[in-house]
Design a protein around this ligand. Structure first.
Ligand code: SF4
Ligand code: SF4
Length: 338
């Protein structure tokens, strides 16, 4: 008889499940800055997201966890309908979720729904926001309320209420541990909502990354941040991995107020696909390589422009020919560029 312990240890099926989830969630980067994250405290992190500086490789378990949150949404809608509340999770005019759009489409969000018949104010339309919480977070939510315990969710609701011209939201949370529900009504704070929309504009239209939330690499928000190497990489090495090569990390690209992107180098409007590809004239926004100081641009005999950098406080030089490579002098000499 086969030894089942061996199968348990092998975990081939488990790995296949996670890989299947990863394959299914092979999503393209988001075109816009999302209203769901505008409440994050670090503006620099939001800028890096918007500029596609680095794509996180989430594992299957984590992706499944994100999926769990989404799967709960139709269930809560059904719970509300069963309680006699009128809920619309889709906008009849578009057949999609209710969307909010600011800054030409560079800043957007999608609401879980709108509802009428919330018992505490039955004649007032409410924005619906549904979230799942672990036990610790759920208990904190009960004790402190959503504004204090989940400021990101609160900011998201403020922006969505403003965008959908609503004055109230209903926040329904589920404890993933025991399925307990929590309901809180939230009022529109127009000044706070408008200031979040202005914050989004400052981030979107900034040519360079905003200030760091902290200069300390071990600051709690920086410690696990995917951009830590670009902010706190030290002066002795280049960031690893290097920032992505695409139009959004290129010094020549500018987001336009109408929601499009322009290449200032070729004066060309940049489609989404083109932004993803970049081109041979790509040059990183200098702040993304904080340890490298620009030395000179060298034109080769085949007309290519090579940028030479010096690693801070050293005599080590790096060369970039625009295709995302950043190589040492020895490597460049080997391929015959310098
Ligand atoms: S490492 Fe810190 S400063 Fe840099 S983006 Fe992340 S949170 Fe902001
Ligand atoms: S130079 Fe190339 S990579 Fe840079 S913005 Fe223009 S098309 Fe994009």
């Amino acid at each position: 008889m086969a030894n089942l312990t061996e199968f348990t240890k092998d975990n081939a099926t488990l790995n296949a499940l996670y890989e299947g989830i990863k394959a299914k969630h092979n999503e393209q980067p988001r075109r816009y800055l999302g209203g769901s994250i505008i409440g994050k405290s670090c503006a620099r992190q939001l800028w890096m997201d918007f500029r596609w500086v680095h794509f996180e490789d989430f594992d299957g378990r984590l992706l499944r966890l994100f999926e769990t949150g989404h799967l709960e949404e139709p269930r809560i809608v059904q719970n509300m309908r069963d309680a006699g509340i009128e809920v619309y999770d889709v906008d009849d005019r578009t057949g999609e979720q209710f969307g909010v759009i600011f800054h030409g489409g560079h800043f957007r969000g999608h609401a879980d729904g709108v509802a009428l018949g919330i018992l505490e104010a039955p004649k007032t339309w409410h924005l619906c926001e549904f979230k799942t919480h672990n036990d610790k977070s759920f208990k904190k939510l009960i004790n402190e309320g959503v504004e204090k315990s989940k400021p990101m969710h609160y900011a998201q609701m403020q922006v969505y209420m403003l965008g959908l011209d609503l004055t109230r939201a209903v926040y329904i949370a589920k404890n993933k541990n025991d399925d307990e529900l929590y309901v809180e009504r939230v009022k529109l704070d127009r000044a706070a909502a408008e200031s979040l929309v202005e914050r989004a504009a400052r981030i979107i239209f900034a040519n360079e990354p905003p200030m760091k939330v902290s200069e300390k690499p071990d600051w709690f928000e920086c410690k696990f941040c995917p951009y830590s190497d670009y902010c706190h990489g030290g002066t002795e090495t280049i960031p690893s991995p290097l920032p992505n090569v695409n139009c959004r990390t290129c010094i020549h690209s500018t987001p336009q107020p109408d929601g499009t992107w322009l290449c200032e180098h070729s004066n060309e409007a940049l489609s989404y696909d083109k932004q993803m590809r970049g081109c041979g004239d790509h040059r990183w926004v200098p702040q993304l390589l904080p340890n490298l100081k620009f030395v000179e641009a060298i034109e080769t005999d085949i007309g290519a422009l090579i940028v030479k950098y010096r690693l801070l406080n050293t005599d080590i030089y790096y060369f970039n020919n625009g295709n995302g490579s950043l190589v040492t002098r020895e490597e460049y000499e080997e391929v015959g560029y310098v």
